[in-house]
Ligand binder design. Sequence first.
Ligand SMILES: Cc1cc2nc3c(=O)[nH]c(=O)nc-3n(C[C@H](O)[C@H](O)[C@H](O)COP(=O)(O)OP(=O)(O)OC[C@H]3O[C@@H](n4cnc5c(N)ncnc54)[C@H](O)[C@@H]3O)c2cc1C
Length: 426
Amino acid sequence: MQLHTSFTHKPNRQAALDALTKVDPAVYSKSRNFLDGAVTGLSPWITHGFLSVREAARLLMEKHRLSFEDKLIFEFAWREFFKHVHGELDDGIFSDIRQPVWPGRYQQALPNDIREGRTGIQAIDEGVRLLYETGYLHNHVRMWIASYVVHIRKVHWKVGADWMYSHLLDGDLASNHLSWQWVAGTFSHKPYVFNAGNVQKYAQHWDCLGTAIDTTYEDLENIARSRQDAGAEPGAPIHGMCEPAVFAFETQLPSTGLRHNTIDLRDQEGLEAAVNIIGNFRKVRLIHPWDLRSCFELKQENELRVGIVDVAFHDEYRWDKARWEFVLGALEQGCEQLWIVDTDDIAHCATMLPFFMQTNPGFEMRETLNPGYSLMPRCLPVGWLAEERLLPNPVRFQQSFSRFYRETTHMAGSLPEAVHGDILME
Ligand SMILES: Cc1cc2nc3c(=O)[nH]c(=O)nc-3n(C[C@H](O)[C@H](O)[C@H](O)COP(=O)(O)OP(=O)(O)OC[C@H]3O[C@@H](n4cnc5c(N)ncnc54)[C@H](O)[C@@H]3O)c2cc1C
């Protein structure tokens, strides 16, 4: 059985396009639930904007017959659904959307045996190892880990979501946190549970028989709704994996190739240096970590390309080394400068904004829902560039994926119309 730990995610656009040419939507639809199935491995590139799902669908349609009925398109739509929900609820995605399924108090810290991958349950321990070693997990493994953490070990879903997010190369707040809520039952009608038989079917090489999850679905649902933390398995190993360190931005600075062209806009000296540089340009194109395709696009005359980092976001959501290298690697290739801002420092932003408003060039930045970055107009006079979407926004907020899909595919008409039409994020 070949596990998909062999994806190599290089931080450039060509690598994303090469990976796309290997995708076979027909084989995908039959095998995606299996750990050795033909999943695409595209998520790190999609998350960081090297490739949009709309562009992926359009390019795939040049080689394959595809419609809204195809499983892969359906999965692309899940991503857009989560963005729709994030756009509607904003920070609300970080709190319980519905009542928790268990009346007790979920733990506010991840137990060490989970963190170190030594629970004694192979599906979990191997999953943690893969997460740390590769930054990528198959969807089923993400679901199993989340379900185990929340329902068997009674850890609050937000604690698990934050931990998993910080180690994923594709960590996306909307897809990740809302999936954890979906598994927890705070964004669905019931808790998602799985048993040893399910693992045996989709990951034959992982044996979970005789463990806490080797029971019926009825029993597992009952555990999710009523029982306390089951703890690690009896006889689970004492020593496990060492969790990779995760970093805010500051500690990464010395390692970026842009360090000689990094300007810290949090101080007056930095502001003056930036204003001096931009004087000669007509446009300043700000590129954030979720817009990395822009690093590889043809540059316009008189355009200055600037990678932008908001320390407020990265203080809250830390990334491991591999993810920083992935993001900074692309920014190094496409930007002449790296600017550092702090959108949390409202007083400084208030002095900074007029400073830049007096300058000549126009500032452009791609729309994003990521906290902090979405507040950039506080600090810089940015004009938003719309984010590309495959499906339109529904008329009203849709909390159910099936209703979202029904309505938005109906609005779009057909998949060819969706990929060639003019659908942009509102
Ligand atoms: C607990 C949990 C946490 C998750 N965290 C993230 C995350 O941080 N970032 C992230 O991008 N996805 C997340 N997902 C969704 C999904 O697991 C991944 O998108 C998918 O496994 C990525 O691998 P792939 O590119 O090989 O996917 P494929 O199966 O090959 O799918 C192709 C693309 O479709 C989209 N997609 C597929 N399935 C889903 C899904 N269920 N939800 C949303 N989009 C989907 C992704 O963009 C993916 O790259 C999470 C799911 C769960 C259950």
